[in-house]
Design a protein around this ligand. Structure first.
Ligand SMILES: Nc1ncnc2c1ncn2[C@@H]1O[C@H](COP(=O)(O)OP(=O)(O)OP(=O)(O)O)[C@@H](O)[C@H]1O
Length: 292
């Protein structure tokens, strides 16, 4: 007979739970468009969770439902066990401190310095002293590698640097969750790679749960541990990116698998090449010594 501890018996509750959320928009001609259709989803603490799908599938709407930038027509949005749809404005404002967000176009305040942009969420909350704000802003800018840009204006920064300021601003109130809406779409591939490393560090070192909308499968392959695929407002497939593929249900799922398999094969080949070249290097070293 085996005994399980109470911790094993109780599966961890998800940090974010969407329960049958529905969101429709009324179009200018009066027609109603269902952007998210009765969708349920769990996201666990510490996850890096990708939301992907074709243009118009409802990814951004779903992301914005998590912090109630879009209010669902029906269904529940639970973060840390609290249903955000039931909160007062004040409670919601407090809860949003726990959910940072970054956007494709950075959304920085153009006529404010980097310091003031990052300080903004701390100042509007009014709970922090000037010294606390200054220390936290500096800490967040160091975290994203932009300590020396503290007095610059957004117009003086590159796209990658602007997104780093946006990340620092999102992290300033110490959120548990970071929502990312196409954060690398406006960036070149090298800047994208560096930014993804920063996001990965934020997840690993700070334990921040990341939910990211992207149309770039390489972003999913490099960064995400879980992925959900949306089609016409519905969740059609969800899986762990690194788990061995049985058979994926969607073409996008199969494409991600192919990328993961290629990465694994490249890693194996690199390892084999290293192992092969080791005796050759040793031999060369011995010959050099013999000639010395
Ligand atoms: N405020 C709005 N009013 C009317 N329709 C909207 C609104 N916001 C989104 N939609 C529509 O809802 C659908 C889903 O939009 P959403 O931005 O969530 O899709 P998406 O998957 O993120 O697409 P993309 O990759 O192109 O950004 C789209 O058809 C969009 O036009």
């Amino acid at each position: 007979m085996t005994f399980s501890s109470p911790a094993e018996a109780q599966p961890r509750p998800p940090l974010i739970r969407l329960e049958s959320v529905q969101k429709s928009f009324t179009l200018p001609d009066g027609a109603v468009f269902d952007a998210v259709r009765s969708l349920s989803l769990d996201i666990h603490e510490g996850d890096v969770f990708g939301l992907i799908g074709k243009s118009g599938a409802g990814k951004s709407t779903l992301l914005r439902l998590i912090n109630l930038l879009e209010r669902p027509d029906s269904g529940k949005v639970l973060v840390g066990g609290r249903d955000l749809t039931t909160l007062s404005r004040r409670e919601l404002r407090d809860t949003r401190q726990n959910i940072g967000m970054i956007f494709q176009q950075f959304n920085l305040i153009q006529n404010a310095t980097v310091f003031d942009n990052v300080a903004f969420p701390l100042k509007i909350h009014g709970r922090h002293s000037r010294a606390e704000i200054e220390a936290r802003v500096r800490e967040c800018l160091e975290l994203v590698g932009l300590g020396e840009k503290i007095h610059s204006y957004p117009a003086q920064l590159s796209g990658g640097q602007k997104q780093r300021v946006a990340i620092a601003r999102a992290l300033a109130p110490r959120p548990q969750v970071l929502l990312c809406d196409e954060p690398t779409s406006a960036l070149d591939s090298e800047t994208t790679r560096a930014l993804l490393e920063t996001l990965r560090d934020i997840n690993l070192k700070l334990g921040v749960t990341i939910v990211i909308v992207t149309h770039e499968l390489s972003v999913v392959e490099v960064l995400c541990r879980q992925v959900a695929i949306l089609e016409q407002g519905r969740l059609v497939e969800q899986f762990e990116v690194d788990s061995p593929a049985a058979e994926r249900a969607t073409a996008l799922g199969r494409e991600i698998d192919a990328l993961v398999r290629r990465r694994e094969r490249d890693a194996r080949e690199a390892l084999a090449a290293q192992a092969l070249s080791f005796p050759q290097r040793q031999q060369a070293g011995t010959q050099e010594l013999a000639h010395a």
